[in-house]
Design a protein around this ligand. Structure first.
Ligand code: IYR
Length: 241
């Protein structure tokens, strides 16, 4: 007896909600977005004022729309606002960072960080109203309980983190992509399984009054430094117009 044909798992729909803009409007939008995102600076001095939960939730929804390998969405965002939990995270991070700055990090790495003025003290982990620990899931779970391998996990989580940063900036919040080293303690602090890898601890809130930032962080490579505009193969590489 022949098997009934399996239904095609690929179901298509008309592209929803795409918008094309006239060229001049497109230019203006591209310019506007660049100017707006270029205003973002990494902040390390935070005000203690709370931020509305709904704002964070909307930004997480925006992050969740990011493209990912096989649309597996291999991320988890653990939001921490409780002062006791924040204190625990700060203490654990500072313990690791003390060793990092005391010599675990090679001199070359510490030299690269010098223009940022960072050290082992992380008061922002208690001052900022919101911490978002971002975890990568190397695998998920099928409805039948079997392991489901995830693909392009780090790339996917990186893209979603970018979406989240831009969403938070767009909402008017300041952020710091903090990377305590190592950050395995975040699993315990956030109640996440050991199968998940902590990637970044995002620090979110309002800048403290009088907040200052390192000049170094505002110096971005020019277009020619980050891109090339390729002519026909075999020809010379054109400088970016
Ligand atoms: N994890 C340390 C060191 C650090 C590393 C990099 I790369 C940075 O861009 C900034 C800091 C810390 O958070 O201080």
């Amino acid at each position: 007896m022949s098997q009934p044909p399996e239904s095609d798992p690929c179901v298509l729909e008309p592209l929803p909600d795409y918008r094309e803009y006239p060229a001049e409007e497109m230019r203006e939008r591209a310019r506007w977005f660049y100017r707006d995102v270029a205003r973002r600076r990494t902040v390390r001095e935070f005000d203690r004022r709370p931020v509305p939960r709904e704002v964070i939730e909307q930004c997480l929804l925006a992050a969740g729309t990011a493209p990912s390998g096989a649309n597996q969405q291999p991320w988890h965002f653990a939001v921490v606002t409780d002062p006791v939990r924040k204190k625990k995270i700060r203490e654990a991070a500072e313990e690791e960072e003390r060793e990092f700055y005391a010599g675990r990090a090679p001199q070359e790495w510490r030299d690269a960080l010098a223009p940022l003025g960072t050290d082992e003290n992380k008061p922002f982990l208690e001052d900022a109203p919101v911490l978002i620990a971002i975890f990568a899931q190397a695998h998920g779970v099928r409805p039948d309980g079997e392991r489901l391998k995830h693909y392009y996990v780090h790339e996917s989580v990186g893209i979603a983190t970018g979406f989240l940063l831009v969403a938070l900036h767009h909402a008017g919040l300041a952020t710091l992509t903090h990377t305590p080293n190592p950050m395995g303690f975040l699993n315990e602090c956030c109640g996440r399984p050991s199968s998940e890898k902590p990637m970044i601890l995002l620090v979110v809130g309002y800048p403290a009054p009088g907040c200052r930032v390192p000049v170094h962080g505002g110096i971005k490579k020019p277009l020619e430094g980050i891109s090339s505009w390729l002519g026909p193969e075999g020809g010379r590489t054109e400088p970016t117009p």
